[in-house]
Design a protein around this ligand. Structure first.
Ligand code: DC
Length: 220
């Protein structure tokens, strides 16, 4: 854990891209913790369990064995041994994940798994509560964010590339709703740790953001 780097921030701030690139530059692995919550949400959806139903979700925690493996630099997420990486990015899974990640039992289970993975190797961990909870004693913590409008613009570009057209205002409203849900939940909300360095990517390229983080790590 000594060497781990915690990167938190809201959806769409470029956190994943920055964390992945930072890990590549540093020559260490990257852990996308959102993918682990997403795999659990996928399992709940497949089993017909409502992600909001805390007791039903708690009862499947022992059945859904979530792990990660690396193919080169690429994280693959496994659900009961099955590689489910490609199924994790759908809108249905995104919304279900925001719901399922509110439950205390879920968060405690995932945080435990994430700590175990971080004990085995130096890692860049990316999520919402890494600096405040999972690795609250990490030596390097960053909070990567961008304005909601800029995040919506980036999301629209991504969707355009996928051939999906969506109204800017709808995308913006979704982002604001997800921010509210992630920051407003009672247990371990999305929050900047007091000792996390703020990286605002609204006017920064990925390379500039990575460089800013790298400088802080090397200078620390
Ligand atoms: O980073 P992401 O978009 O893949 O995250 C999906 C959802 O999971 C998001 O709504 C917040 C939640 N999440 C969380 O609560 N804690 C984490 N460490 C990672 C993700």
């Amino acid at each position: 854990m000594k060497h781990s780097i915690a990167i938190d921030g809201p959806a769409g701030a470029g956190k994943s891209t920055v964390a992945k690139e930072l890990a590549r530059v540093l020559g260490i692995n990257y852990l996308n913790t959102g993918a682990m919550y997403r795999a659990l949400a996928l399992y709940a959806l497949e089993r017909g369990i409502s992600p909001s139903d805390e007791s039903a979700v708690s009862s499947i925690l022992n059945e859904a064995v979530i792990s990660v493996k690396y193919e080169g630099e690429e994280q693959r997420t496994l659900l009961n041994g099955r590689d489910c990486t490609e199924q994790l990015r759908s809108e249905a899974v995104s919304m279900a994940t925001s719901d399922i990640s509110r439950h205390r039992a879920v968060r405690d289970r995932m945080a435990g798994l994430q700590r175990e993975i971080a004990l085995r190797q130096p890692l860049v961990l990316e999520g919402r509560d890494i600096g405040t909870n999972v690795l609250y004693d990490a030596p390097h913590k960053f909070f990567v964010t961008a304005s909601a409008e800029e995040r919506a613009r980036r999301r629209q570009k991504q969707l355009d590339k996928l051939g999906v057209s969506a109204e800017f205002q709808t995308i913006l409203a979704d982002i604001i709703a997800r921010d509210r849900q992630d920051s407003g939940r009672e247990y371990m909300p999305l929050k900047r740790a007091d000792d996390a360095v703020l990286i605002d990517t609204t006017d920064l390229s990925i390379e500039e953001a990575v460089e800013a983080i790298k400088k802080r790590i090397e200078g620390a």
